[in-house]
Design a protein around this ligand. Structure first.
Ligand SMILES: N[C@@H](CCC(=O)N[C@@H](CS)C(=O)NCC(=O)O)C(=O)O
Length: 151
């Protein structure tokens, strides 16, 4: 598709942000970026890993194209209002998506919020969303990997 990011590891090509992050989190478990396989928290983690690519990105893509009315049942995200409500509900009040520990869920979900707020697609982020993204931007790892204009 000519898209980035792409990771090639030991000859295996991995595309999709969430797939790359999930793969790396599992490959380096000592970093603590993913909860234990089979734990209930793992289910929550998967939700945060999958919602951005399957639901949030398509919603903002459709929104940016001004397609007008469409049947909400035909779109995986339903309608804009319901999708924005879901994003708000999933945004943590404090700390990180899964609690006190920062995980790959924050890289994928939080990174998606950051992108759509920064690029103006998310026109009216809530105070909670702004504060969560602020916590992400304050991390030294974020600042090592982003242009200074982003933080
Ligand atoms: N489904 C892909 C989407 C990747 C994507 O949208 N990449 C954009 C940059 S954020 C890109 O490569 N744009 C360059 C282009 O289309 O020419 C994923 O989740 O990683």
């Amino acid at each position: 598709m000519g898209k980035i990011p792409v990771l090639v590891d030991e000859g295996v090509v991995i595309t999709e942000v969430a797939a790359i992050c999930a793969y790396l989190a599992d490959k380096f478990p000592e970093k603590g970026f993913a909860p234990a396989v089979g734990s209930p928290t793992r289910g929550k983690y998967y939700r945060y890993m999958f919602v951005p690519g399957t639901t949030i990105e398509p919603m903002f893509t459709v929104k940016s194209m001004n397609v007008g009315d469409y049947p909400a049942m035909s779109a995986g995200f339903g309608d804009l209002e319901r999708c924005l409500t879901t994003i708000e509900d999933m945004t943590p009040d404090t700390d990180w998506a899964l609690g006190a520990e920062f995980t790959a869920a924050d890289i994928v979900f939080g990174g998606t919020l950051d992108f759509f707020i920064q690029t103006g697609s998310m026109e009216e982020p809530s105070d909670k969303q702004r504060a969560y993204v602020r916590r992400l931007k304050d991390r030294p790892a974020y600042q090592r990997t982003h242009d200074p204009s982003w933080y």
